[in-house]
Design a protein around this ligand. Structure first.
Ligand code: SF4
Length: 243
């Protein structure tokens, strides 16, 4: 077998590992019910919902997926669907023409290459049209229990703010995935992502993070980039992801 040409992820400093794990423990206490906020009943539904969640909110996707999966319950049904009917259902999620193309295309690929079933391996998942590593890791972690790190916009922002990755690494989602993965045991990866994403949606917002109402402020090198006054910060905290 040829040698893996990628440089190995350097072993992280012990102090960074300790600080990262402390943050994760505090997040686990703060958000004990953190979970994937997309509604789904099987891997196919999660795969489609994740593709639909691009550039919109999970709540908006959850509002339309019951109708979508009632009309087209599996890959075979969606692959053979009337395109206009699919577009009409998913229109509220935005970019509905491109998303219709993606979910019908990946359904056709599932039927042609995987007997209509969603595969449980990263290389197979990313071989489907419109499915990248982020989507694949969401599906692996949440539908199959295979640990994966999902580098979405929240995760990328927070791990940069915490100094878990340097600026150069932060620009590359795959490098970020490997660098953060090296800080935690593999079995913790999926839940770590849920908690970090929840924290990003509720407190550590992109524009104005609620630093004065943040349970991990003590270990955060970026403390102070948002308001530190407790009252002002508390008003920024949301109880659920943005609408
Ligand atoms: S202290 Fe501020 S920047 Fe750091 S994690 Fe908390 S909200 Fe985000």
């Amino acid at each position: 077998m040829p040698a893996d040409p990628r440089p190995a992820t350097p072993r992280p400093a012990t102090s960074l590992v300790r600080r990262a794990r402390k943050i994760d423990r505090v997040l686990a206490e703060t958000y004990p019910d953190a979970h994937c906020e997309l509604d789904f009943e099987n891997p196919f539904q999660l795969l489609v919902a994740t593709v639909l969640s691009a550039q919109t909110t999970d709540r908006r996707v959850n509002a339309i997926t019951p109708a979508l999966f009632t009309a087209f319950p599996d890959a075979a049904a969606l692959a053979a669907a009337d395109r206009t009917a699919v577009e009409e259902i998913i229109r509220p999620t935005g970019f509905f023409r491109a998303k219709t193309e993606s979910i019908m295309g990946l359904s056709a690929a599932l039927v042609e290459r995987f007997d209509g079933e969603v595969p449980a391996r990263l290389p197979d998942l990313v071989s489907l049209p419109g499915v990248g590593r982020k989507t694949a890791n969401v599906v692996l972690g949440n539908a199959f229990g295979v640990p994966g790190i999902t580098v979405d916009t929240h995760f990328a922002r927070l791990v940069r703010r915490w100094g878990w990755v340097d600026e150069a690494t932060a620009k590359d989602p795959v490098k970020t995935e490997h660098a953060v993965g090296a800080l935690f045991p593999k079995r913790d990866w999926t839940m770590l992502c849920q908690r970090v994403i929840w924290h990003g949606r509720r407190r550590c917002h992109a524009r104005t993070p609620a630093c004065g109402a943040c349970p991990v402020a003590h270990w955060c090198p970026s403390y102070g980039i948002g308001p530190t006054d407790p009252e002002i910060a508390e008003a920024l905290v949301t109880t659920q992801g943005p609408a």
